[in-house]
Design a protein around this ligand. Structure first.
Ligand code: COA
Ligand code: AMP
Length: 631
């Protein structure tokens, strides 16, 4: 069927459409109620269905006779380790680790926080939680102790699972001191920490609380998966919002399983036995959906790559992995290809590898800029597909269909994320909630209901679902992105309309950075805005006004503040540009003019708002910025 017909059908009869797709799932109890409304006035999918996400990802394939197929490949250029796990082996390890968690009294509905580098034990821990019906919350390894503490307080995990260290290009990061510090800061205290000891660092374990992964595994037995309700949470994944407090996006089991299987087949064109590589990190939604759950549920081989696109050891790393494991689809963030293109502009490394298995490239996490799109297309001669999604949706809202319904390729357009995917009724509204004509920019919204797999709620704060996403345009989910749909129906996502920024495909909150800076005793006020960056897409830039009477030198203060961001949020915040200025441009009501600041810093023409308190401040700032640019 043609994409447009599918899309129309999915919007006209969502229940019928998704009831059909739900047949892809091996439910323990098939759902009869497809779409319903819950106590939070939000929709539930497949409310009376029962299943287990770990069973679907592992045991099911073993039962179907695919036990000896490779489920997971671990390729770690930073340690030199390469390992493969069959579905049979992975099932056994997960079933044992589930027992290790059960031994610490983890049961259905309990939370387990996972803070791990890109090693197979991260997937084992996630799937073991799913096996027990426990809810995992994975925290990206680049976040510092304070961020970890915020998540510990919100998720209240019974157990934390971690490793002794993570390995970056030039440094080893000991995780255990960060965990100890986070637990000390947090009000909630987990009962236990289970630590996977890596060769590079031996973590010291606190008696009575910390347990060694391997010792627990040595005495564990394999335990079976338990049935959970479709609407029981599978995981909580924290993501940056506009305030300092991250939002705990809750994913259900049933809708998620349907969305994963549907998307692997219909968006990525994957079949059992194919190799799908999402070059991301389990700490992000891409890692949850397509390094772990979707890929395994679809019976494909997934790759855990512990390295970078460049410098581990070179800009040919991605091509090497694709050739070595006969990857069929590669999915990563545009920033990774910008990094590769910078080091290898002529694509010389590409020529060293046989990439005949590679069918398509998928990009997400930030807009695929036309320059990178053209470079990739020219160098690889492959379909290059930008597709748009968010932590909240869990899978892509827009993409380019696999074919036009008659076996022909659908053309992609540089700068566009393709067409809305079936299930997503994407519209562009103006500030008054009116639809804008084709080609005109506005707020990108999705008419309710959202399809299966999208956020079930915000953990412990269902009100935030309403206030953050639903109240601005009643009847619509506000994505927080701005963009337009052209005459041909192609969707263009042009950037966030709020204080969220995307740094190297990592979603960060400028509001959170401002909170960290403002907490410093010398800071009177500050503003952090996202500015364009050739490699990372965006990077934060901070402007700080210092209180009168501060004697510390500007240089020392800047160093201190940058360090504070690293220790409170983490190195990934990448706040390298920080400047002390005299005044910030504000409206008469005291609101900092962030949009104006962004325009000024990016060198765009500045529209001076009529509500500005004192337009002289803009002139001063422009001259300060000109001096900064010169130096
Ligand atoms: N644990 C600890 N620290 C981490 C980390 C992790 N998992 N990931 C990144 N960091 C640190 C880095 O070491 C770096 O620290 P530094 O400032 O002390 O050098 C800092 O956070 C910034 O890292 P990063 O944003 O990765 O920048 P980089 O300059 O090291 O590398 C790229 C640039 C483009 C190669 C890299 O950002 C990249 O591979 N991007 C792809 C992103 C991606 O896959 N996103 C997922 C969305 S689909
Ligand atoms: P995250 O929740 O971390 O996945 O980040 C989601 C945000 O990243 C979106 O709201 C967009 O701002 C941005 N994003 C993700 N994919 C794309 C894309 N293909 N094009 C443009 N922006 C994107």
């Amino acid at each position: 069927m043609q994409h447009s017909a599918q899309h129309e059908l999915s919007l006209k009869s969502p229940e019928k459409y998704w009831q059909e797709q739900a047949k892809l799932v091996a439910w323990y109890k098939s759902p009869e109620t497809i779409l319903s409304t819950n106590d939070n006035s939000w929709h539930d999918w497949f409310v009376d269905g029962e299943l287990n996400s770990c069973y679907l990802a592992l045991d099911y394939h073993v039962e179907q006779g695919r036990g000896s197929q490779t489920a997971l490949i671990y390729d770690s250029p930073v340690t030199g380790i390469k390992q493969t796990f069959s579905y049979f082996e992975l099932t056994s390890l997960v079933a044992k680790f589930a027992d290790a968690l059960r031994a610490q009294k983890v049961t259905k509905g309990d939370r387990v926080l996972i803070y791990m580098p890109m090693i197979p034990q991260a997937a084992i821990a996630m799937l073991a939680c799913a096996r027990l019906g426990a809810i995992h919350s994975v925290v990206f390894g680049g976040f510092a102790a304070n961020e970890l503490a915020v998540r510990i307080n919100d998720a209240e995990p019974k157990v934390i699972v971690s490793a002794s260290c993570g390995i970056e290009i030039t440094k080893i990061i000991a995780y255990k001191p960060l965990i100890d510090q986070a637990i000390e800061i947090a009000v909630h205290k987990p009962n236990n920490c289970i630590i996977y000891q890596r060769e590079q660092v031996q973590a010291s374990l606190i008696k009575g609380r910390d347990l060694d992964w391997q010792t627990q595994m040595d005495v564990a037995v394999e335990i079976p998966p338990v049935a959970v309700k479709s609407t029981d949470p599978l995981y909580i994944l924290y993501t940056s919002g506009t305030t300092g407090k991250p939002k705990g996006v809750v994913r259900d089991n049933g809708g998620h399983a349907v969305a994963m299987l549907y998307s692997m087949k219909n968006i990525y064109g994957m079949q059992q036995g194919d190799t799908f590589w999402a070059a991301s990190d389990v700490g992000w939604v891409v890692g949850h959906s397509y390094i772990v759950y979707g890929t395994l549920m679809a019976g494909c081989t997934t790759i855990f790559y512990e390295g970078k696109p460049i410098k581990t050891p070179d800009a040919g790393a991605f091509w090497r992995v694709c050739a070595e494991y006969k990857v069929n689809v590669l999915f990563t963030a545009p920033t990774a290809f910008r990094a590769i293109g910078k080091e290898d502009p002529n694509g010389d490394y590409l020529k060293n590898y046989n990439l005949s298995s590679l069918k398509r490239l998928y990009l997400a996490g930030e807009r695929l800029d036309p320059t990178t799109y053209h470079w990739l297309k020219e160098k690889t001669q492959l379909p290059v597909i930008d597709h748009w999604w968010q932590t909240e949706t869990g899978w892509s809202i827009a993409s380019t269909p696999l074919d036009d319904g008659h076996g022909n390729i659908v053309a992609t357009k540089a700068g566009s994320a393709g067409y809305p995917v079936p299930g997503f009724n994407v519209q562009i509204l103006d500030v008054d909630g009116q639809q804008v004509p084709a080609g005109k920019q506005g707020s990108v919204v999705i008419k309710l209901p959202l399809p299966p797999g999208c956020l079930a709620t915000i953990y412990r704060d269902p009100q935030r679902l309403t206030s953050g996403y639903l109240s601005t345009y009643p009847g619509y989910y506000m994505t927080g992105d701005g963009g337009y749909i052209d005459e041909g129906g192609y969707l263009f996502i042009m950037g966030r309309t709020d204080d969220v920024i995307n740094v190297a495909g990592h979603r960060l909150s400028t509001g959170e950075m401002e909170e960290v800076l403002s907490a410093h005793p010398a800071v009177a006020e500050c503003a952090v805005v996202g500015v364009n960056d050739e490699l990372k897409g965006q990077v934060p830039l901070g402007l700080v006004v210092i209180k009168n009477g501060i004697t510390t030198s500007d240089n020392d203060l800047i160093t201190e503040l940058k360090q504070k961001i690293r220790t409170d949020i983490g190195a990934i915040a990448s706040l390298k540009n920080l400047f002390i200025i005299d005044r910030l441009p504000k409206t008469r009501s005291g609101k900092i003019l962030r949009k104006t600041l962004r325009q000024m810093i990016d060198g765009q023409e500045v529209e001076i708002p009529s509500t500005i308190e004192d337009s002289q401040v803009i002139t001063e700032l422009l001259s300060t910025l000109a001096n900064i640019n010169k130096s």
